[in-house]
Design a protein around this ligand. Sequence first.
Ligand code: EPZ
Length: 419
Amino acid sequence: MDKFLIQGGQKLEGEVRISGAKNAALPLLAATILADSPIRISNMPNLRDVNTLVKLIAGLGVAIEYASDTVTADTSTLNNQFAPYDLVKTMRASILVLGPLVARYGEAKVSLPGGCAIGSRPVDQHLKALEALGAHIEVENGYVHAKVDGRLKGGEVIFDVVTVGGTENILMAAALADGVTTIRNAAREPEITDLANMLIKMGAKIEGLDTDTLVVTGVESLHGCDYAVVADRIETGSYLAAAAITGGRVRTTHTDPALLECVLDKFEEMGAEVTRGDDWIELDMQGKRPKAVSFRTLPHPDFPTDMQAQIMAVNAIGRGFATISETIFENRFMHVPELSRMGANIQVEGNDAVVTGVEKLSAAPVMATDLRASFSLVLAALAAEGETLIDRIYHIDRGYEHIEAKLQGIGAKIKRVSG
Ligand code: EPZ
């Protein structure tokens, strides 16, 4: 099992090229199932999760190629609508093929994704929304079996909780439904807007982008197109956090400040100097120790839960203390005991954590538990004195493309060791 060996204590300086967003790439790949002619998606990040979903879509009989940063897919040879447990269990977002398969082929059998380290991750809202459009859903033996005679029918969908995946699933299904669908209490993450923009390029009729109410006028068919994945706002924030925690200066390129304004505001509250360009962001910590900042994770455009672990790591060496409330997932503090092993002072009460900054963290052997927690341990190791060994870093390969090269490019002493 691979590990990272990190020698901490360097100010990180330099430029990081941001990749396409994992959380946009996955729904965009699922949406290829809707196209009745070849479709091409570029700026596709080479991540484990992306490769898993490409494999699953190939298993449907789709001719799908992934070369350099571009995926091309041709659904004319699709010959089954079955997404097996052995693939879905390794990548929960596989549930996103459910909506497209039912909408285009009238039937789908998709394994329930099950939970993961950060929470139970139910999909009840996905199923309720599809039923609202006329799908007949049965759940048995760990599989969702969805069917509809003829086409789905446009209707009213009201989500009980704001769900990114639920919004994406029903948006894709509604695009081919007969009639108008209104989706209320929709998630507003930029990755949903990216999916909507590609669907519109494929011929879909969608209004209300970036709002919590999407109105979709279904069409008979959707054609292929050329599309590029939006920049990864969480990867962007993660590398800017590397500058904040080491007192350095990092410029992230091929990104967009508008995707993560809430996070940039927090960096400025820490005392960092943040400069924004059209497609770049620079954070200069000017050698200072950041001020610890409080926040609550909430749906977009508020503070993203996917940045919670990273900013907690910065707070761990911050000046003063801060309170972090995790309102999205029920178990997303698994990085706390690992950060504490490195000397962090963090008190957890339910979904609230109080972080009291310490001058210095100390290197220690630690273990990654989930994707974003892994990056928070990398950040802590970059700031800590001495050499830190991080185990189970297969988690981090799910969502950070070329992470060692990108960190070495800004002066980090990091290497991957196996065994
Ligand atoms: C997406 O997960 C992201 N993953 C997550 O990123 C992200 O943390 C999350 O949205 C929230 O922003 C992808 O886009 C692939 P949700 P998703 O449905 O869609 C509850 C990362 O690190 N819920 O918005 O699964 C759920 O339990 C990953 O890149 C229901 O109760 O998240 C959670 O508490 C982690 N019923 C809340 O809603 C449902 O049917 C938000 O979940 C669906 C969700």
